[in-house]
Design a protein around this ligand. Structure first.
Ligand SMILES: Nc1ncnc2c1ncn2[C@@H]1O[C@H](COP(=O)(O)OP(=O)(O)OP(=O)(O)O)[C@@H](O)[C@H]1O
Length: 265
C-alpha cells in the first residue's frame, strides 16, 4: 500500500522522558485518521512529530515516503490555537493568502493577484467567499476555523494535520466545520490526521482510529478499534462503546468545556 504516514516501533521523547511509545501504523494516501486519547496522552506530540517540528524520536517514521523534516512542503499543520495576533487588522483573505505567501518566502502585506485569486477559491471551497474582506478577528469561532482550513489547503498539501479542530466551538459551529472536513475528504482526497477528545462527531469521516495514552492502545477501523473493553481500559468502567442503529458511539466522559474562548478542563 502506498502510504501517507508509516510508523514502526516509534518512540517519542522529550529529552530523557518518554512521551509516547509503541507506535506502529500505516495510513493510506487518502485516508483519515482520528487520533483519540485523554489529556496528556501524547496526541499533539505525535502530530508535531509527523509534521517534522519535533525530531526527538527513535524508530521508523516516514511521511509521504520521506523523513518528516523533508516532507514539510507536502504537509499542512493547523495547531489547536492559532498564533495570529488579532490586534493586527488582517482580513479573512489576508489570512488565507498567508498560507501561500509564507511558502514562497513572501512576508509583505500586499497579496499578489494570483495568490488573491487562489485565496478566494479556497474561501469559496470552505463556504466563506462572502466574507473575504471582513476582519478575521470579528469572525465567529466556526468561521475562523474554516478560514484556517482554507489557509492550510492553499499550499495544496498531501497531508493535513489538525489538532482539536472542533474543541473550541459551539454545536452549530462544530457541524459547519465537520461538514467542511467531510468535503475536504471527498473532494481533495488527501490524507488527514485529526486529534480529538470526542470522536463521535468525526466518526463518519474517520477511516481509521488510533487510541493512545502514552503508548498506542489500538489502531484500526472504528468498529475494530473502538471496542467496549478497550475504551474501558483507558477511560474507566463507566466508559462505553455502543452501537445504536448501526452507528457507533464512544462515551468516554472526557470533554473540553470552553467559556468565552478560554479553555477549561
Ligand atoms: N515541550 C515539552 N517538554 C516536555 N514534556 C512535554 C512537552 N510538551 C508536552 N510534554 C509532555 O508530553 C506528554 C504528552 O503531551 P501532549 O500535549 O502531546 O498530549 P495531548 O494528548 O495533546 O494532551 P491534551 O489533550 O491535553 O492537549 C505530556 O505528559 C506532556 O506533559
Amino acid at each position: 500500500m502506498e502510504t501517507s504516514v508509516e510508523a514502526k516501533d516509534l518512540t517519542i521523547y522529550y529529552g530523557k522522558q518518554v512521551a509516547l511509545r509503541d507506535i506502529t501504523f500505516q495510513l493510506g494516501l487518502s485516508e483519515t485518521l482520528l487520533l483519540l486519547g485523554p489529556n496528556g496522552a501524547g496526541k499533539t506530540t505525535l502530530l508535531r512529530t509527523i509534521a517534522g517540528f519535533h525530531t526527538d524520536y527513535r524508530g521508523e517514521l516516514r511521511v509521504l515516503g520521506k523523513r518528516p523534516e523533508e516532507a514539510r512542503d507536502l504537509v499542512s499543520y493547523v495547531p489547536q490555537s492559532h498564533s495570529l495576533n488579532e490586534k493586527v487588522p488582517l482580513t479573512a483573505l489576508d489570512v488565507v493568502a498567508m498560507g501561500a505567501m509564507y511558502r514562497r518566502g513572501l512576508v509583505h502585506r500586499i497579496v499578489p493577484p494570483e495568490i488573491k485569486e487562489r485565496a478566494l477559491k479556497m474561501l469559496r471551497f470552505v463556504g466563506l467567499d462572502g466574507i473575504a474582506d471582513k476582519l478575521f478577528r470579528n469572525l465567529s469561532g466556526g468561521q475562523k476555523q474554516r478560514v484556517l482550513l482554507a489557509r492550510a489547503l492553499i499550499s495544496d498539501p498531501k497531508l493535513l494535520l489538525l489538532d482539536e479542530p472542533l474543541s473550541a466551538l459551539d454545536p452549530s459551529a462544530r457541524a459547519e466545520v465537520t461538514s467542511v472536513l467531510g468535503k475536504i475528504k471527498e473532494k481533495r482526497k488527501i490524507a488527514m490526521i485529526i486529534t480529538t477528545h470526542d470522536v463521535n462527531p468525526l466518526l463518519e469521516i474517520g477511516d481509521k482510529v488510533m487510541l493512545i495514552n502514552k503508548r498506542m492502545i489500538t489502531f484500526g477501523r472504528p468498529d475494530e478499534a473502538l471496542r467496549d473493553e478497550i475504551i474501558k481500559s483507558v477511560y474507566g468502567p463507566m466508559a462505553r462503546a455502543i452501537k445504536v442503529e448501526d452507528r457507533l458511539y464512544c462515551i468516554t466522559g472526557d470533554f473540553h468545556i470552553h467559556r468565552w474562548g478560554r479553555e477549561v478542563r
